[in-house]
Design a protein. Structure first.
Length: 314
């Protein structure tokens, strides 16, 4: 099993070009599966794995408290692993072929409303050290819906301010071109002109956003910067980089953008991933309807019956 897993991870890296994080996640899932096979079933060869064995393992995962989404990742890893082995003639039959994917729970993404985003952006003091950089980063996160890794790796040669577009490489090493709003372009231009030159050192690369040491900002550091900005702005919700991506998509949809266009800008492989934002919009519509439509609200609870009017005499 160990040798087969090594071959498979090498295939993911060299032939599929999948990210390091995906490789690590898949390796972890398969190594845990292999350890369980050896310990519980005394199986050390992929060819000895059967459908009932995999079913027992997934039942054990559920018994140990793994969430549905985590079990889904395990199933996907096992399925693509055995497809690889079949394609290389390393096993004769695919025991994972008929394993169904568990139905994952769908959680509505958190979002900021437009006023909260405006407050967040306007709270960044651009006359303070690194204020221009921080404003440009947050503007770009919200304007283009970038993932935090895409922001950290965004490069000067892929930024076209005159055309107001940026080219980024996302999941699966896929490149896409995304529009950048006027305000974000203005904030980035100001940072590039007035602040970035002061951050450049001898070994500085082509990344747009730099640290005080002249190196590219890490995703952890970007997270910390956004947390600090949100705290300073007095926003009492949990603000994190992906929240701005959710807000970007939700606000586009709420203002009439086509779902397929949003899918393209977010870099989702399947439109079903993007459809989560339609549920967010429906929730907002229901809330507005309930608040403002006279027949949507529940009737007031009946109070005590009014006292009969007093009469004079009999």
């Amino acid at each position: 099993m160990e040798e087969s897993i090594e071959q498979f991870i090498l295939y993911l890296a060299t032939e599929r070009g999948l990210s390091d994080n995906y490789q690590l996640s898949t390796r972890r899932s398969l190594e845990e599966f292999a350890a369980w096979l050896s310990r519980v079933k005394k199986i050390t060869e992929p060819g000895a794995v059967t459908l009932p064995v995999i079913t027992d393992y997934l039942a054990d995962c559920k018994k140990r408290g793994l969430s549905t989404s985590s079990i889904k990742l395990v199933v996907v890893a096992i399925r693509i692993f055995f497809r690889f082995l079949i394609a290389r003639d390393l096993v004769k039959a695919d025991p994972a072929e008929y394993i169904p994917l568990p139905r994952a729970e769908r959680y509505l993404p958190e979002t900021l409303n437009e006023l909260q985003v405006e407050r967040l952006l306007e709270s960044i003091a651009t006359d303070q050290p690194l204020g221009l950089r921080d404003r440009a980063m947050v503007e770009l996160l919200y304007a283009s819906g970038l993932r935090i890794s895409e922001l950290a790796n965004a490069r000067l040669e892929n930024l076209m301010l005159e055309e107001r577009i940026i080219r980024v490489t996302g999941k699966g090493n896929k490149t896409r071109v995304i529009p950048v709003g006027r305000k974000a372009c203005a904030a980035i231009a100001s940072y590039l002109e007035k602040e970035r030159p002061e951050l450049v050192k001898k070994r500085t690369g082509g990344e747009i956003f730099l640290s005080v040491r002249g190196t590219k900002l890490t995703t952890v550091r970007i997270w910390q910067i956004l947390k600090r900005i949100a705290k300073h702005a007095g926003i009492d919700v949990n603000v994190y980089p992906h929240l701005l991506r959710h807000s970007f998509a939700t606000h586009l949809l709420g203002n009439g953008a086509d779902l397929r266009i949003i899918q393209e800008m977010l870099g989702h492989a399947d439109v079903s991933t993007t459809q989560i934002y339609t549920h967010v919009d429906q929730q907002r519509l229901k809330a507005v309807h309930h608040r403002f439509h006279p027949r949507a609200r529940l009737p007031a609870a009946p109070g005590p019956a009014p006292a009969p009017p007093e009469t004079k005499g009999k």
